[in-house]
Ligand binder design. Structure first.
Ligand SMILES: [Zn+2]
Length: 70
């Protein structure tokens, strides 16, 4: 299994020097991911092991709060 230095949720790089390294957390995903031009980065069902950037963690927390506030 390869571990990649990108956010598995938004596809942005998060290695040292990008400003997203500090707050990244290990994460994995297997859903389809498109870049900003609509090109497929990962097919739906293609598993990758990488990181989640701070922006996506915040989004996930918001979603989680919405789900738990019902
Ligand atoms: Zn992200």
């Amino acid at each position: 299994m390869t571990t990649i230095d990108i956010c598995v949720h938004c596809g942005r790089q998060c290695q040292i020097g990008t400003g997203r390294f500090v707050n990244r957390i290990p994460a994995d995903a297997d859903f389809e991911l498109l870049d900003s031009d609509g090109n497929v980065i990962y097919q739906d069902g293609e598993y990758r092991d990488g990181y989640s950037c701070a922006d996506c963690q915040a989004e996930a927390e918001e979603l989680f709060e919405e789900m738990t506030n019902e």
